[in-house]
Design a protein. Structure first.
Length: 604
């Protein structure tokens, strides 16, 4: 074999060590494997080449900066021999094509794009010195012995941190949420498992908190950072399979995503590299459970797992995981956000004395404040004017918090975001009760109502009549019981559509003000009379009997009646609940006695 081909094989071997750890590696790896899988080759040669490539890259990655030069020399020599054998076994036109392909590989490796160590990020003084030449002895098929010197530059050694997936950018005027961050840091230090779950309703900023931690991890030289969109389990698998190839897990073949994803999990369990895996927006816990990354106890974990989800489920706290509740902004955080956001747009003149009322009307929800601030900037309207539109009966959330004000790329309409899990909840047992239950709850005081309301005959009769029909509908469903109604409450709680906390006496059931509004706005007008009537009847059933002193319960019932009256308008006229709320004790006055004063005037 001629010196030219030996030189080419040597250069191609060096190209393997140069391409590993750079942005061209996936393409390079595929092209190398394709040469070993040419027609006429032995079955399995391509898969074997992929395995060898991944093992080589894994060795280079694990070597670290101190041993990178020697590891690259060994890799270059081993691959030079493989390429030379391949050239010897290929003849005629196929050899010509192979020569051209190897030359292309050399060219490709000489211009790597490394997204982990961008060009120019290392100063000349930081460059590792070129390695001493290594002598490789190559014995050809005719017995010729050729010695070649390979100079392997260590400047292209796999650099860290490695990022797999796309970490969201931090939002404008991002608030660090110090109290939540403190809890995250504290729980991470106390638990050797290093697995935390950020749980909360839509729009509270869970993903932003996770993104801040991921960016921080990269800045602190965590070796591997993986960001997986976890809305579907298949996306977790795909991301883990890609990660397996990028960290060069030896068992990853590139042919079976599930196999590669499991190989990546196995690698996480044993590697000495530091890592962070983020599972963003976990939706199907049952399907995702087999794909939770392992973390190690003992001398201290090398890895950390951070998940975000809207769900509240006991399974989240299994296996030593720590669940951290994420709520809305505190008033101070909300005001800080508005001031920073307006300042960045040179629009502080829009902040007036109604800013606090605006924060309250939006319930401190980060997503809503982001949309509202963008809308105000676009339309050049102050807090007072925006608040008037927001609280007016004609205004709807999707118009006042429009997608055109989605400056952070959230991607969903506000109502769709707030009610994202409702359809899924409606499919869980008790099937068909989540939607009617939420619509009824949305017409009560967001600050809370008694859980006893869900045991009233008015509510169970309403749920029986308005249960979402199953498909196919085989028979008439059984009447809804008080236990079914409570189960529906717990279902809505687990999907973060409301909060059911039995420790809050007389206000055990709460909704975020915007979630309630989104549910009302998504309710057909034809369904409102039945909802209003059932809610009013249920409140009346709970009203204390004459002579019974229950001031706390009575105050809560009066507040809920006032809220219902505001939402229902004329639909509540003539209902005895209005008179009961005005008088205090239970009073089943005539249903045809309409109030003649303003509805709120009934409640001094």
């Amino acid at each position: 074999m001629g010196v030219e081909l030996i030189t080419l094989a040597t250069a191609a071997g060096r190209a393997v060590s140069q391409a590993a750890g750079t942005g061209v590696w996936d393409v390079f790896r595929d092209r190398v494997a394709r040469q070993f899988g040419r027609p006429g080759r032995r079955p399995g040669d391509r898969a074997a080449a992929l395995t060898q490539l991944d093992r080589t890259a894994g060795d280079l990655f694990d070597a670290g900066p101190g041993r990178a030069g020697a590891a690259q020399e060994r890799a270059a020599a081993a691959w030079a021999l493989r390429f030379l054998e391949l050239l010897e076994e290929t003849v005629g036109a196929d050899r010509s094509a192979l020569i051209a392909a190897l030359q292309e590989l050399v060219d490709l490796a000489s211009h790597p794009t490394d997204d982990r160590d961008p060009a120019g990020s290392r100063s000349p003084s930081e460059e590792e010195p070129a390695s001493d030449p290594v002598t490789t002895t190559i014995v050809t098929s005719n017995g010729t012995v050729a010695a070649h010197h390979i100079h392997v530059s260590t400047s292209t050694a796999p650099s860290r941190p490695l990022l797999v997936g796309v970490v969201p950018l931090l939002a404008s005027a991002f608030q660090p949420r110090e109290s939540i961050r403190h809890e995250i840091d504290r729980s991470g230090g106390q638990h050797a498992t290093g697995t935390q779950v950020l749980s909360g309703p839509g729009g509270v900023g869970k993903s932003q908190l996770a993104a801040a931690l991921a960016h921080q991890a990269r800045g602190r030289d965590v070796d591997v950072v993986v960001w997986a969109d976890a809305t579907e389990t298949s996306q977790i698998v795909t991301t883990f399979a890609r990660a397996a190839r990028q960290v060069w897990v030896p068992d990853a073949t590139g042919e079976d995503p599930e196999h590669d994803a499991r190989a990546f999990l196995n690698w996480l369990a044993v590697t000495d590299s530091t890592w962070l895996v983020v599972l963003d927006d976990l939706t199907d816990l049952g399907a995702a459970m087999p794909w939770w990354p392992p973390t190690r106890a003992g001398s201290g974990p090398r890895g950390r797992v951070l998940a975000t989800t809207r769900l509240r489920d006991a399974r989240l706290s299994g296996a030593g995981r720590t669940v951290i509740d994420v709520g809305t902004y505190t008033p101070a955080e909300a005001f800080a956000y508005l001031h920073e956001r307006m300042s960045s747009a040179e629009a502080t003149h829009l902040l007036d004395t109604q800013a606090a009322d605006l924060v309250g009307a939006l319930g401190g929800l980060p997503l809503a404040l982001s949309r509202a601030a963008a809308f105000m900037i676009n339309e050049d309207i102050a807090c007072r004017d925006y608040l008037r539109h927001l609280t007016g009966r004609a205004g709807r959330l999707d118009r006042l918090l429009p997608r055109s004000a989605d400056t952070e790329g959230y991607g969903r309409r506000i109502t769709a975001s707030l009610l994202l899990t409702l359809d899924a909840a409606d499919r869980y047992g008790p099937v068909g009760l989540a939607v009617p239950a939420l619509r009824l709850a949305a017409h009560l005081d967001p600050a809370g109502h008694p859980q006893a309301l869900w045991a009233t005959s008015a509510v169970t009769d309403y749920l029986t009549a308005h249960r979402t029909p199953s498909r196919p509908r085989v028979h008439r469903p059984d009447p809804v019981t008080s236990q079914d109604a409570r189960d529906a409450l717990r279902l809505l709680h687990r999907h973060a559509l409301l909060t059911h906390a039995t420790r809050d006496t007389d206000r055990e059931v709460r909704l975020h003000v915007l979630t309630a509004r989104a549910a009302r706005e998504s309710t057909a007008a034809a369904d409102l009379p039945a909802i209003v009537r059932a809610t009013a009847d249920a409140l009346l059933e709970l009203w204390p009997d004459p002579g019974v002193r229950a001031p706390e319960l009575t105050a809560v019932l009066r507040a809920n009646t006032a809220a219902l009256a505001d939402f229902a308008g004329n639909l509540l006229l003539g209902h005895p609940i209005l008179l009961a709320a005005h008088r205090g004790p239970r009073s089943h006055g005539p249903a045809d006695t309409p109030p003649t004063r303003n509805l709120y005037g009934l409640f001094p």
